[in-house]
Design a protein around this ligand. Structure first.
Ligand code: ATP
Length: 504
């Protein structure tokens, strides 16, 4: 109450002084300074909230069952987490408590989900932060945030009456990169030092709350060695891109709440999404539902999923519409890629499109029959053949090349380098570091030219088919693999395979 009276008197005095023409600026400045000193505790509160970029888990609880695939990552995690479940046994046996688990792998593979499921599995409080949130221009802020993170985790566990807390730090490489590499920026080093200090402090068994740090990165190679040495992040769990069976599981999880039409074949969608991460697959199911809605349908059909694959892979359709002449060239180019792919790997072409999406004017989607992790000489040569086929097709049908093949050449040379450095070229086993540029150039052009000659012979024999396929493409913008096989008189291997799968 007295604060209001004082405020009123002060305001009245200032107005009076202003009316009689006194300069009140110095008085106001002095009064402001006094108020600031008087309210110091509030100021402390302000810096404190500035130093807290932390998030307690939002959204519903996630369990390991909500994560598709990742069987070995889950298994390794569960084994590691069982330590947290039975602290007495750990103490009795004198086991050093686990302090950190590092999840490494490509983006969108479910690392955050795994950390949240770990918290759910162990009944721990869960606190998440990203490495970038710790890096500020001001020295000491990052270190302060690390300290806050650990004390918040303990506080949160107490508030939720839990015995353990899991701190999840995403993009740990931003905060835990190799020390001394950020020249003139000691802030990074101070922050990581503080993290090491906090992790070392987790040793005490007497703590009422056990803290486990989980971190995720897709650049483990950038991490400071001190972080990965035993006693800190001493469990490293690899989280890989899902294989075909895992993709199927993830698709099932993300379509649980969605109405699917009778014709939907998730096996087939899984087969056509090689290289997709869990995040891509989630986005694919969402896009398929959006396409169904735009067409005024109440159920999602197989064709919506297939269209969504293109969209997730290449981006939104562009309004840009090439001229008729350009469109024909693109169609002939893409038909060339598709025909050679089909001839070398029967049944592999899923679809051909000449709709402009993202940076591409056209696209052939190939679905590997099985996921491949190793490649033979023949397979690499086939990849080069498919890459060169667009350019050769343009040449055979239109009598000249265009700039549309630029990316194809890059791909062909990239595969050529793989072939050479895997010791599969006439040069034998060579080292990337010591092979002279001129020899590499010779070897690469030799590989590419030999393949080009074979591609020319193959397409020459199918020039009429190429023209028919391209004409159909110009009409409908999209051609399915089965239709291409029909045009070229090639056996359609896709149908029996999916029927067989449906029967099992
Ligand atoms: P980043 O490295 O980019 O941070 P991340 O590996 O942490 O990615 P998450 O954030 O866990 O990936 O996954 C993003 C989204 O992708 C999830 O919310 C989920 O919808 C989906 N997702 C990813 N992996 C899976 C999976 N294995 N099962 C089910 N959904 C998944």
């Amino acid at each position: 109450m007295w604060k209001w009276v004082l405020g009123g008197v002060a305001l009245g005095t200032v107005i009076f002084l202003l009316v009689i023409g006194v300069d009140v600026l110095p008085v106001l400045l002095l009064a402001g300074l006094a108020a600031l000193l008087f309210n110091m505790p509030a100021l402390k509160g302000l810096t404190r909230s500035f130093a807290q970029p932390l998030r307690a888990a939002a959204g519903g609880a996630i369990s390991f069952q909500d994560i598709g695939g990742q069987a070995s990552a889950k298994q390794e995690l569960v084994e590691a987490l069982d330590f947290l479940q039975d602290p007495e046994a750990v103490q009795e046996l004198g086991i050093r408590p686990l302090k950190g688990i590092l999840l490494t792998g490509p983006p969108g593979t479910g690392k955050t989900l795994l950390a949240r499921a770990a918290a759910q599995y162990t009944g721990s409080a869960f606190l998440a932060a990203a490495g970038s949130e710790f890096i500020e221009m001001y020295a000491g802020v990052g270190a302060q945030r690390v300290r806050d993170l650990f004390s918040r985790a303990r506080q949160l566990a107490r508030e939720q009456s839990r015995q353990a807390a899991i701190i999840f730090i995403d993009e740990i490489e931003v905060l835990g990169g190799k020390r001394g590499q950020n020249q003139g920026h000691l802030e990074y080093d101070q922050t990581i030092n503080q993290l090491l200090v906090e992790m070392d402090g987790l040793r005490s068994q007497k703590d009422d709350v056990q803290v486990l740090v989980m971190a995720a990165t897709n650049r483990a190679d950038l991490l400071d060695d001190a972080l990965t040495r035993p006693g800190r992040f001493d469990r490293i769990v690899r989280v890989e891109l899902p294989d075909r069976a895992a993709r199927r599981e993830i698709l099932e999880l993300h379509t649980r709440q969605k109405p699917l039409a009778e014709d939907v074949d998730l096996d087939r969608v899984a087969r056509e999404t090689f290289g997709f991460s869990g995040a891509h697959l989630e986005s694919l199911t969402n896009e398929a539902a959006i396409i169904a809605m735009r067409r005024g349908l109440r159920k999602i059909q197989q064709e919506h999923f297939i269209e969504a694959v293109d969209k997730v892979m290449l981006g939104e359709k562009l309004d840009r519409r090439p001229s008729r002449e350009e469109l024909e060239r693109v169609a002939l180019h893409e038909s060339g890629h598709a025909l050679v792919a089909e001839a070398l790997r029967p049944g592999s072409v899923a679809s051909i499109t000449i709709t402009s999406r993202g940076g591409a004017l056209g696209y052939v989607r190939q679905a590997p029959q099985d996921d491949r992790y190793l490649h033979t000489l023949q397979e690499i040569e086939d990849d080069i053949a498919v890459a060169l086929a667009g350019m050769v097709s343009e040449e055979l049908t239109l009598g000249g090349r265009s700039t549309g093949a630029l990316q194809d050449f890059e791909q062909a040379f990239e595969r050529g380098r793989l072939l050479i450095f895997s010791g599969m070229s006439p040069l034998g086993v060579v080292s990337e570091e010591t092979l002279p540029e001129s020899e590499l150039h010779l070897a690469l052009t030799q590989v590419v030219h030999e393949v080009e000659t074979k591609v020319r012979a193959l397409l020459q024999a199918h020039v009429d088919d190429l023209r028919v396929a391209a004409a159909r493409l110009c009409e409908s913008e999209r051609l399915g693999g089965a239709e291409l096989r029909r045009i070229c008189g090639l056996p359609d291997l896709e149908e029996p395979l999916s029927k067989e799968m449906a029967a099992t």
